[in-house]
Ligand binder design. Structure first.
Ligand code: NAD
Ligand code: UGA
Length: 454
């Protein structure tokens, strides 16, 4: 199948590379010239496991990049839209990029195409795409619009794409369903796993292929993200209760999660969810519900608990260090989660910003996110306010406390005696519960974590 993917960001680039891996001919389109230059040279502009290897495998063969939507429309049967849908000032999703791409497609369409929205969008966006196509001169006989929400996570994006639990498509006609079935067939009939299997054995059970109408598919995406965010906030609320009464959130998670109806995933208490999706999508879904006349105030509580979790953590830092002005603090982790260099809406960045504003001197280390974090922090608190270190032990030299803010594996296996010897005071405040309290106490640390007695 000839496919184009418009918007070569976290979702679009992974999708383009993985569609090529599934045997399709793919044009990745972006309007950022620097990104295109890097991609044409085989350089992946983001940190994502396995993406460089797959890009190398397909670039110049089944996969090419272009800045031209007209070229992409001409050369492909199916056009995926994967541009950003950021939060607008009103809390709604800003659909300006989706609209701009739709208008551009409408201008160039001359034969039958399937347009697929893969960006996360509010319900009824596919109707708006249809309307916009026609308004901009495209004949309704020349296109169909379908929804195919994406569920990949950053940090495991390639394997999430190639080994999904489910593929959801929202369609209004059999033409769209047939094309999308064909595109994803190697993941649903198991043939990809027999042929190329990136991780042998991982695709033992083929993906569920779920066909709905477009409105339901759009709602499935918002529902999934809101539900996952709710699980995290729920557990953060439990952690706050456990802390106050001497419970242990790890034990609670195990005890609750053993019930197969609940499960243990997405129940890790911490410093609250971040990233470019959960925060904006929960807010956007809240706005959608309000607009259709339903007061989904459960989502307000999810967002409030999430925000408060940062404050709870800062309160712990104050409890541990008393006053903050001129305190030296090492921060381990700046990315919003492990496995990525993405710092968009990272709780770690928010916490660093708050500590800088209270007069702390911060030295930070993250295995891959330091360049992006530096520019983000530069914008928020000014350049040179935070020093970056080349490893965690250098970051910890002579500090009053270490804060663990991202759950990178390397922070879970630190050389504890070495860390201890570097620090001025042996205080560790762990926002990701990477250690058992008794282990840290035995190593001589004063250890604070989330949802467990200090
Ligand atoms: P991103 O900002 O990383 O990428 C968007 C890309 O689109 C950028 O490279 C930008 O240059 C390009 N672009 C914007 N306007 C364009 C235009 N007119 N023509 C060509 N290219 C254009 O965004 P992302 O994180 O990949 O997210 C994209 C969408 O997917 C969002 O709706 C997001 O909610 C959703 N989503 C994201 C993830 C994730 O993990 N990041 C997962 C699932 C769904
Ligand atoms: C999330 C969803 O997991 C994906 O299915 C979805 O496709 C994507 O959003 C999206 O729509 O963009 P992502 O944001 O990449 O993926 O990463 P997650 O692993 O979901 O983590 C999100 C945030 O929640 C991170 O800050 C993470 O640290 C936090 N988290 C996650 C917790 O605090 N506790 C947990 O148990 C799990």
């Amino acid at each position: 199948m000839n496919i184009s993917v418009i918007g070569a960001g976290y979702v679009g680039l992974v999708s383009a590379v993985c569609f090529a891996e599934l045997g399709h001919t793919v044009i990745g389109v972006d309007n950022n010239p620097e990104k295109l230059l890097a991609l044409d040279e085989g350089k992946v502009p983001i940190h994502e496991n396995l993406l460089p290897e797959l890009l190398q495998r397909h670039l110049g063969h089944r996969l090419t990049f272009s800045s031209s939507i007209s070229h992409a429309v001409r050369e492909s049967d199916v056009i995926f839209i994967t541009v950003g849908t950021p939060q607008s000032a009103t809390g709604h999703a800003d659909l300006g990029y989706v609209e701009a791409v739709t208008r551009e497609i409408a201008k160039h369409i001359t034969s039958m195409k399937l347009i697929v929205e893969k960006s996360t969008v509010p319900v009824r966006t596919s109707d708006a795409i249809r309307r916009t196509m026609t308004l901009n001169g495209a004949s309704p006989r020349l296109f169909s619009v379908a929804s195919n929400p994406e569920f990949l996570r950053e940090g495991s994006a390639v394997t999430d794409f190639l080994y999904p639990d489910r593929i959801v498509i929202g369609v209004e006609d059999s033409f769209s369903e047939e094309r999308l079935r064909e595109i994803y067939s190697p993941l649903c009939d198991g043939s990809y796993y027999r042929r190329e299997d990136l991780i042998p054995g991982c695709g033992a059970s083929a993906a569920h292929f779920i066909v709905t109408n477009t409105n339901s598919a759009e709602l499935i995406k918002h529902t999934s993200n809101a539900f996952l965010a709710m699980k995290i906030s729920f557990m953060n609320a439990i952690a706050n209760i456990a802390e106050r009464v001497g419970g242990d959130v790890d034990q609670i998670r195990e005890g609750v999660g053993a019930d197969r109806r609940i499960g243990t995933s997405f129940l890790n208490a911490g410093i609250g969810y971040g990233g470019s999706c959960f925060p904006k999508d929960v807010l956007a879904f809240r706005a959608v519900a309000r607009e259709v006349g339903y007061d989904f105030d459960l989502l307000d509580a999810v967002m409030r608990i999430n925000k408060d979790q940062r404050h709870q953590f800062l309160r712990k830092v104050r409890d541990a260090l008393w006053t903050l002005r001129d305190k030296r603090i090492a921060v381990f982790g700046l990315a919003f989660k492990a496995g990525t260099d993405d710092v968009r809406e990272s709780p770690a960045i928010e916490i660093v910003e708050a500590l800088v504003n209270e007069g702390c001197l911060i030295t930070a280390y993250d295995p891959v996110a330091m360049p992006r974090a530096l520019s983000e922090l530069g914008l928020r608190v000014g350049e040179n306010t935070v020093r970056m270190a080349s490893d965690p032990y250098i970051a910890a030299e002579d500090v009053d406390a270490v804060l663990i803010l991202t759950e990178w594996n390397e922070f879970a296996s630190l050389d504890l005696p070495r860390l201890h010897s570097q620090m001025r005071l042996p205080v560790v405040i762990d926002g990701r519960n990477l250690y058992r309290p008794e282990v840290m106490e035995a190593a001589g640390f004063v250890y604070y974590s989330v949802g467990r007695a200090a």
